[in-house]
Design a protein around this ligand. Structure first.
Ligand code: FMN
Length: 285
């Protein structure tokens, strides 16, 4: 089981055994440090939350010197979520990531909360293909590309990922949303809009995972509203080869461990020896 929205793992170490996780996908990391957007940057919504963090992070050099050696103490895969504002920046960042002791890179082409980059590349076949191809040339490590749901046809951008030679595709990032304080008539987030995540987005994410899994031959990493083992199973039946939990970690820090137990219980109940047996086994009506 893989996770997102987990910072660099340190805050969770006191609550759960990080060795029990299949992997950790870091907070979005850029070439240079980023301060992120002005607060307030998060607000609660029915069955979910909006965020406009704006990819605050200490930069790849700081990560390599301070967080990576600490993360490497654990027996779990470390995948760096990489973000940039231009193709050159993605390429420079991935050249550095290629030299680090990490298990792979997840390219974030889908953050709705920054003005330049990310979403600018992420919404068209050409944009996704261009940046993924450029990164592929400099990155020998496994490359996952994370897609935005803020498009009309997600199978088009998923095909771009495959055509550009990436090893896997992940989805979904957050859905662009807005929440307004009716007394002040101002948006609750300083950035006005933000990305919606949590259980509220799960049906959208399951639908998109189903569509993408049918459209490409590379593995699909599914996420969006997963909180329990049953949620994870639903994504896998839809076609996800692996799953990750973002927002759910804020509900309870041990959500991932409990979800793993939930998956094991489902396997026992349905007499399944290998979880891969259920991937893509949806029976349409
Ligand atoms: C507070 C917050 C910060 C996030 N930061 C990132 C990020 O840095 N990079 C990224 O690719 N996705 C980021 N996401 C998106 C999540 O990784 C995930 O794709 C999305 O929230 C849907 O999954 P979930 O409902 O399990 O959270 C963030 C989400 C939240 C709520």
């Amino acid at each position: 089981m893989l996770l997102g929205t987990f910072g660099y793992g340190r805050e969770f170490d006191q609550f759960i055994d990080l060795n029990k996780l299949g992997g950790i996908i870091t907070k979005g990391t850029s070439l240079k440090p980023r301060p992120g957007n002005k607060p307030p940057r998060i607000c609660e919504t029915p069955s979910g939350m909006l965020n406009s963090i704006g990819l605050q992070n200490p930069g790849v050099e700081y990560f390599a010197e301070n967080d990576l050696p600490w993360l490497r103490k654990f027996d779990t895969a470390i995948i760096v979520n990489a973000c940039g504002s231009s193709i050159d920046e993605y390429v420079e960042l991935c050249k550095i990531l290629n030299t680090l002791d990490i298990d792979g890179v997840e390219l974030n082409l889908s953050c709705p909360n920054v003005k330049a980059g990310c979403l600018a590349f992420g919404t068209t076949y050409e944009g996704v293909k261009e940046v993924t191809s450029a990164v592929r040339k400099v990155l020998d490590k496994p490359l996952i590309v994370k897609l935005t749901p803020n498009v009309t046809d997600i199978t088009s951008t998923a095909r771009a990922v495959e055509d550009a030679g990436a090893d896997a595709v992940s989805l979904i990032n957050t859905l662009l949303g807005m929440s307004i304080n009716i007394d002040t008539r101002r948006p609750k987030l300083a950035n006005n809009t933000g990305g919606l995540s949590g259980p509220a987005v799960k049906p959208v994410a399951v639908r998109m995972v189903y569509q993408v899994a049918k459209a490409v031959n590379i593995p699909v990493l599914g996420m969006g509203g997963i909180v329990t083992g049953d949620d994870a199973i639903e994504f896998m039946i839809a076609g996800a080869n692996a799953v990750s939990i973002g927002c759910g970690n804020f509900i309870s820090p041990d959500v991932s461990i409990k979800a793993v137990e939930g998956i094991e219980n489902y396997m026992k109940k349905h007499k399944i020896d290998d979880i891969n047996e259920i991937v893509g086994t949806i029976q349409l009506n």
